[in-house]
Design a binder for this molecule. Structure first.
Ligand code: FRU
Length: 466
């Protein structure tokens, strides 16, 4: 299977690369389908970015892990596919997982998906959802896969949906968080503990005060400025006004207290309000930055991506650095992304004036000079702001994506990172974010506003991918 996947990738990547929708400074699958970022880590100066990968099927199929490496976030190496569902431990998918670097070894933990033959709905029975592990010294060659947890190791009230392990170390103890769904359809996190990363025992659960969705996927537990934060992607949360507008959510809880006491979770805060954001994962780089990458896509979306016809689908977001301000998570692309700027110019944009940016690949900073505004970017991407509410909308370029809303209070600045078929918008330097795919006429790279604004525009260079 490994050989087949690698050969298929090599044969079809050149054709896929000619698609005009291919992004220039985002990571995409060389061919086929991509979803969650996996196994993010830095070892010996090399950053490893793995991702859920289904090379043969742009609409999604069997999942293994694809792999990029970089040393500077500007040039990337696409590595051979090494992790495929070729073991009885993961025969129906090498599902999402993470990396934990200890001493000189990268310890990977992931979900092995196994479907028993039969007439199952695979929610409450018929599915093995194992936690497996393997290690690596260099991130390029990997040990044998080994099982650490099986269905019978989870509490008996759990359904067959327990997955996406992530490791957190505190006071010399290792904790593993796992996304879970109970048999009563309550989303929550299971916590396992270990003293040696090899033997794991059940430790407890992280739950919201009241049930919040039926399943929590892709948990990440980390500490930022002394505050523990639990990120996760709840499924089954009802829309509530302008909150929870997507089919599945992404966001975080603040975690109060050590993990060995009764652990309280704050209320849930949404993290990215765009159409295409899910399954973010973070890691700590050697400079001490908490860096996050998300999947620029969402499962079971109601809208489509025309790239499928060209043999590929989905991408990863820009890498973002995280910090806390007043108990809220802020995010902004890392400085290496800002360094991709090729040219920069600024001007005062008068009401009604149209500026042609000349490329769909730009980073624009807009500083509105009025209390409400309506600005149009590219062909039909619109941002409207009035009475504390930001509305982001796309017309035909959304391919079914209509409008998303965020109650933001005051807007000081908007930073827009535009690529051929994506936009990532950061409000007030990272207080709010909206990420979306967009498929418009790439010749129409206008910015036009109904009120005066200060504008700084930078044309962005492409990543080098080898
Ligand atoms: C999230 C997710 C994970 C799972 C993986 C499978 O998008 O459903 O929970 O491990 O994708 O590809």
């Amino acid at each position: 299977m490994k050989t087949l996947w690698n050969q298929y990738e090599q044969a079809h990547a050149p054709g896929v690369a000619s698609d005009p929708w291919r992004l220039r400074y985002h990571l995409m699958p060389p061919v086929g389908w991509l979803n969650d970022p996996n196994g993010l880590c830095e070892k010996d100066g090399v950053t490893h970015i793995f991702y859920q990968y289904s090379p043969l099927e742009p609409a999604g199929g069997q999942k293994g892990w694809g792999h990029y490496t970089t040393t500077d976030w500007k040039a990337f190496e696409s590595r051979p596919i090494e992790l495929v569902p070729d073991s009885p431990l993961d025969k129906d998918g090498v599902y999402s997982g993470s990396a934990f670097v200890k001493d000189d070894t990268i310890h990977f933990f992931y979900t092995g998906n196994i479907k028993e033959e039969g007439d199952f709905d695979y929610i409450y029975e018929g599915r093995g959802h194992y936690v497996n592990t393997f290690t690596s010294g260099d991130g390029l060659t990997f040990s044998e896969k080994r099982n650490v947890l099986k269905n019978e190791d989870y509490p008996h009230d759990l359904s067959c949906h327990v997955r996406d392990p992530k490791i957190f170390e505190e006071n010399g103890v290792y904790y593993m968080v796992l996304g879970a769904r109970t048999r009563n359809d309550v989303g929550q996190i299971l916590v396992y503990r270990s003293d040696d990363l090899a033997q794991w025992s059940f430790h407890g659960r992280l739950e919201s005060d009241a049930p919040f969705g039926y399943m929590w996927e892709c948990p990440d537990l980390f500490e930022l400025d002394g505050q523990k934060i639990l990120m996760t992607c709840p499924q089954g949360v009802e829309q509530d006004g302008y909150r929870f507008e997507n089919v599945y959510q992404n966001g975080y809880f603040l975690v109060d207290g050590a993990l060995d006491e009764h652990t309280a979770l704050s209320s849930f805060a949404e993290f990215d309000h765009g159409f295409d954001f899910y399954a973010p994962q973070t890691y700590l780089d050697t400079r001490g930055r908490r860096i996050l990458i998300g999947w620029m896509g969402i499962p079971d979306a109601e809208y489509s991506n025309p790239t499928v016809a060209n043999g590929w689908q989905h991408a990863l977001t820009l890498p973002r650095t995280l910090w806390l301000e007043n108990g809220r998570l802020y995010q902004f692309p890392i400085e290496e992304v800002l360094d991709l700027k090729r040219t920069e110019w600024s001007q005062k944009l008068q009401a009604g004036e149209t500026v042609d940016v000349g490329t769909p690949c730009f980073h624009a900073t807009l500083t509105p000079l009025t209390d409400s505004f309506h600005v149009r970017l590219r062909e039909d991407c619109e941002i409207e702001y009035a009475n504390g509410l930001l509305t982001f909308s796309l017309k035909q370029s959304g391919y079914g994506r209509d409008a998303r809303h965020v109650e933001v209070g005051r807007i000081e600045t908007l930073d827009v990172f535009s690529d051929t078929s994506s936009v990532e918008i950061f409000v007030n330097g990272g207080q709010y974010a909206l990420t979306s795919r967009i498929y418009d006429n790439m010749e129409l790279n206008k910015i036009v506003s109904d009120g005066p604004m200060e504008l700084v525009v930078r044309a962005m260079d492409a990543y080098r991918v080898g």
